[in-house]
Design a protein around this ligand. Structure first.
Ligand SMILES: *[C@@H]1O[C@H](CO)[C@@H](O)[C@H](O)[C@H]1NC(C)=O
Ligand SMILES: *[C@@H]1O[C@H](CO)[C@@H](O)[C@H](O)[C@H]1NC(C)=O
Ligand SMILES: *[C@@H]1O[C@H](CO)[C@@H](O)[C@H](O)[C@H]1NC(C)=O
Ligand SMILES: *[C@@H]1O[C@H](CO)[C@@H](O)[C@H](O)[C@H]1NC(C)=O
Ligand SMILES: *[C@@H]1O[C@H](CO)[C@@H](O)[C@H](O)[C@H]1NC(C)=O
Ligand SMILES: *[C@@H]1O[C@H](CO)[C@@H](O)[C@H](O)[C@H]1NC(C)=O
Ligand SMILES: *[C@@H]1O[C@H](CO)[C@@H](O)[C@H](O)[C@H]1NC(C)=O
Ligand SMILES: *[C@@H]1O[C@H](CO)[C@@H](O)[C@H](O)[C@H]1NC(C)=O
Ligand SMILES: *[C@@H]1O[C@H](CO)[C@@H](O)[C@H](O)[C@H]1NC(C)=O
Ligand SMILES: *[C@@H]1O[C@H](CO)[C@@H](O)[C@H](O)[C@H]1NC(C)=O
Ligand SMILES: *[C@@H]1O[C@H](CO)[C@@H](O)[C@H](O)[C@H]1NC(C)=O
Ligand SMILES: *[C@@H]1O[C@H](CO)[C@@H](O)[C@H](O)[C@H]1NC(C)=O
Length: 610
């Protein structure tokens, strides 16, 4: 992306500018060009600034920077090239990222005929792409994290010089125009996190130079097209919650250059897991929530470069392979919520040098009628209610238990440095709601979070789930362009689907309490939050997504018995959910696998999850 051209000069200071003029152009007329830039381009830049809502530029300043460009452009900079014949400098790159510009996409871009790179990532720009842009020679166009809307215009297909196009995290709707297939030089295309619908046009098969393609979090229909086999040079394919129906085309096996394959949340009747043995260099593989059946593909255990494997939320069955020795690079593996059978394989036990699986919790010594948890926060007392603390740091495969309740989190934040994984959210602003101690911290999960309350007397319970969006903002800034969307299940019934806290609460830092009556019949209550990979992942920051919960109240809607608590000893396995946590230390690196087993006595099977 960096135009690492030694011939690009930037003008910062009069001194540098002087050097530039002397060095590049000899003793030519100093007054003739403002900043060495062609006069019409100075005017065009000022028009661009006006249309973007960019303050502070004027014709008396050097709008182009003068340095040999050997680094990534700054967030706020204009780059010129002076090596183009004609003796003047021309604007070749405009980078205005994270500036909260609140105008629209500037028509005047058309007047900068030498412009190759335009990066307006993370602003507050509205409207659509102007028709004038069809006449540009742009190669790199990044418009992600803005509030652009309308349909993707067909004239975008006329910028055939484009190699990079990113419009993610906007509100584009409608279908993808067939003309996009004219962009035959495209290497990287990202359309994720919009509201695009309809089927992908056949013409996209012409994009044979694609190396990276991302279509996640949209509302497409139809199947993932067979013509994906045309994209033979693809390194990365990401279609998470694109709206598509399965099955995955078997010809995906022809994409042998893939290093990253992420497909999730396919609709429909499902299929056997596709054979991808031919993809030798695979490093990241996610086929999650695709209704896949069949056995765990044994050839995967030979993929020496595989770092992360996520086959969670499918219907895979049968035993796990006896040996995973070939997975020399493996860091994380998620097999959550499948239907594997047989014993926990030996390889888990033999590689486990740190912790033993968590034992089944103790038998209940008494029944309880209520439970209050301050999710992600410290213990707190409000009125007569005592909230228990839930402030352990969390992790990619983490099980925590207190005497009264248990919790498991699964998943890591993709595409961010793992040191930045954060399983507790912290307020960004001072909170002014009542009982703010409940909302100041919240429990966060990148994929799935389950609270499990055992030892409850059977009957109906009023469950209150407290939510407040404390991370995303609602100011006129790219900080407000995120959409956190997730699902909540109580006793395995979906009680909130495509839930967006901000929408329900009427803004950020505001409380929404969801009330639900849950029936407890086996002495336990399970509350599960799940990210179905909808919404956005890039605003305010890369990796901002996932279910967030502030507090939980569970109260029986019947009176506890008055005369002392009946003590009843209940056999553990029959009442509580046995959970297993397996941390495995593999020579120098951590390998984390988490199998949560729900043993069904009737079926004699283990559904692995987490
Ligand atoms: C496009 O993706 C490739 C490979 O995935 C990457 O190496 C390259 O830098 C990207 N190109 C641009 C223009 O960003
Ligand atoms: C110009 O480049 C220098 C050095 O890379 C940088 O410090 C400065 O902020 C840039 N100025 C502008 C206006 O972009
Ligand atoms: C952009 O923000 C400025 C304040 O920073 C405001 O004066 C202006 O009206 C806004 N423009 C638009 C188009 O909203
Ligand atoms: C998405 O687009 C459809 C039309 O294609 C529209 O009905 C729907 O309201 C849009 N959704 C959002 C969240 O804007
Ligand atoms: C997706 O499209 C369907 C119609 O195909 C529409 O009913 C639904 O509201 C859309 N979803 C969103 C999130 O806009
Ligand atoms: C796969 O990638 C390698 C190097 O990255 C390249 O030489 C080769 O041509 C690619 N294969 C295909 C089918 O594009
Ligand atoms: C899939 O690839 C095979 C070759 O491996 C080819 O024979 C078949 O026609 C392809 N299917 C489609 C639908 O393109
Ligand atoms: C799923 O299967 C049912 C019953 O066989 C069938 O009616 C339905 O059309 C199928 N759905 C899809 C998306 O193929
Ligand atoms: C998965 O596929 C089966 C049939 O193969 C179907 O009955 C079931 O509804 C599908 N599940 C989902 C979540 O669509
Ligand atoms: C794994 O690779 C070895 C050596 O190449 C081969 O003998 C074996 O059959 C492979 N196993 C699977 C399951 O593909
Ligand atoms: C899981 O396996 C059991 C027995 O093998 C079977 O009865 C059950 O239907 C399976 N569940 C799913 C969701 O496929
Ligand atoms: C849930 O109950 C609380 C009172 O405990 C009330 O303030 C809140 O409005 C209720 N929520 C909904 C969505 O009805």
């Amino acid at each position: 992306m960096a135009p690492a051209l030694s011939d690009i000069l930037r003008i910062t200071s009069p001194l540098l500018m002087f050097m530039f003029l002397t060095f590049c152009m000899g003793a030519t007329n100093l007054e003739a060009q403002a900043g060495g830039l062609a006069n019409d381009e100075v005017e065009a830049l000022l028009e661009v600034a006006t249309q973007l809502g960019k303050k502070g530029w004027n014709s008396n300043m050097n709008l182009c920077n003068q340095t040999v460009l050997t680094r990534k452009p700054d967030d706020d900079e204009v780059v010129c090239s002076c090596s183009i014949p004609g003796g003047v400098c021309h604007v070749v790159g405009i980078y205005l990222k994270r500036q909260d510009l609140n105008g629209s996409l500037p028509k005047a871009i058309q007047k900068l005929q030498y412009l190759k790179e335009l990066d307006l990532w993370a602003n507050y720009l509205s409207g659509n792409i102007p028709p004038e842009w069809a006449d540009t020679k742009l190669e790199y166009l990044s418009l992600g994290v803005n509030r652009l809307s309308g349909t993707i215009p067909s004239y975008l297909g006329r910028i055939t010089t484009l190699r990079f196009l990113n419009i993610e995290n906007n509100m584009f709707s409608g279908t993808v125009p067939p003309e996009l297939g004219d962009l035959v030089n495209l290497e990287n295309l990202t359309l994720s996190a919009n509201n695009l619908s309809g089927e992908l046009p056949l013409t996209l098969a012409n994009l044979i130079r694609l190396k990276e393609l991302r279509l996640s979090s949209n509302n497409f229909t139809g199947r993932i097209p067979e013509f994906i086999q045309s994209w033979k040079q693809l390194n990365e394919l990401e279609i998470e919650a694109g709206g598509f129906t399965g099955p995955i085309p078997s010809n995906i096996s022809l994409l042998t250059n893939l290093t990253e394959l992420r497909i999730s949340n396919l609709l429909g009747n499902g299929s056997l897991i596709p054979n991808i043995d031919s993809i030798a260099g695979i490093e990241y593989m996610m086929l999650s929530n695709c209704n896949l059946s069949g056995k765990f593909p044994e050839y995967l255990t030979n993929k020496s470069q595989l770092k992360i494997l996520d086959l969670s939320f499918n219907r895979l069955s049968g035993p796990l392979p006896p040996s995973f020795d070939g997975l020399q690079s493996l860091e994380k593996m998620y097999l959550t919520w499948n239907n594997f059978t047989g014993p926990i394989p030996q390889w888990i036990n033999t590689r486990d040098r740190s912790k033993k699986p968590v034992e089944c919790p103790e038998a209940c010594s008494k029944e309880r009628y209520s439970m209050h948890i301050n999710c992600g926060g410290p213990a707190a007392t409000i009125g007569k209610t005592t909230y228990e603390a839930d402030d352990d740091p969390g992790g990619a495969a983490k099980y925590a238990s207190t005497i009264d309740w248990q919790k498991s989190t699964t998943g890591h934040f993709w595409d961010v440095n793992s040191s930045l994984d954060n399983y507790i959210a912290q307020n960004m602003s001072i909170l002014r709601m009542n009982n703010s101690v409940l909302y100041t911290n919240a429990r966060l999960t990148p994929l799935s979070l389950t609270y499990y309350v055992p030892c409850l007397a059977n009957g109906n319970y009023n469950v209150k789930l407290h939510f407040a969006e404390i991370v995303m903002r609602d100011n006129r800034s790219y900080y407000s362009l995120g959409r956190r969307v997730f699902d909540v299940y109580i006793q395995n019934i979906v009680v909130l689907k495509d839930f967006d806290i901000v929408t329900k609460a009427g803004g950020v830092d505001k409380v929404y309490i969801h009330n639900w009556t849950a029936l407890v019949t086996n002495g336990a209550l399970e509350i599960r939050l799940h990210w179905a990979r909808k919404g956005t992942t890039m605003s305010p920051k890369k990796g901002t997504y996932g279910p967030l919960i502030s507090a939980i109240d569970v109260e029986s809607d019947f009176a506890p018995p008055n005369n002392g608590r009946r003590k009843r000893f209940i056999i553990a396995g029959a009442v509580v959910l046995p959970l297993f946590l397996i941390f495995i230390l593999l020579s120098s690196l951590w390998w984390k696998g988490y199998l949560g087993g729900r043993k069904s006595r009737d079926r004699g099977t283990i559904d692995t999850f987490i």
